[in-house]
Design a protein around this ligand. Sequence first.
Ligand code: MG
Length: 243
Amino acid sequence: MVLLAATAVSVNAQVSTKWPQHSMDRPQPPVVTPGPFVSVAPPSDAIVLFDGRSLANWSSTQRPGEAAKWKVADRYMEVVANTGAIETKQAFGDVQLHIEWRAPTPPKGESQERGNSGVFLMGRYEVQVLDSYHNVTYPDGQAGAVYGQFPPLVNASRPPGEWQTYDIVFHRPRFDAEGKVTRPARMTVVHNGVLVQDNVELSGPTAHQERPPYSQHPDALPLMLQDHGNPVRFRNIWVRKLE
Ligand code: MG
């Protein structure tokens, strides 16, 4: 037993070498209809990042130091196009994150132009937010994808206009003193109660039409939400620190 434990190797899923990034030939993830919507209220040790009332915990990334310019109404926040991404004032490393989002209705646009936003752990590792209900795009860019790296295991999307949940477990990359990666970032994502990313190992920061290598960064960085020009809504955002 001791020997087995000592020789155990990591079996985390790695980025596929079989399909080019953003391949449309890659099989579409099977569609799974999630069960009824369930919100998860923040537990006692959670840090509430958005309680539906104000963007006090967020700032603009377009104008550093300035308040976030997104709309707040009726217990949600909404992307205001061209005001830029917003990020938390607080920085985080390993976290459990709960976030609820809603794609615009009626749906407008196709593929990547429909209900696009994103949840960026540490401002650089994106879980894609997209209206992927009857909206085909490249699998590594649909809802629940680790953008450009891992398609979701299944498509558990709800229709536009309905609230959806992400529950994310994120472990940041570790670097040695020289800035070399000693352990890649890892992500587990549950979309509407359905597992869509199973402890995948990220190849580096997420990006469009490239897979950049890791570059050393601090152990804690803000959580960022993307302005992709679509009025996506968010609510009930909380994190639990795991380190
Ligand atoms: Mg996005």
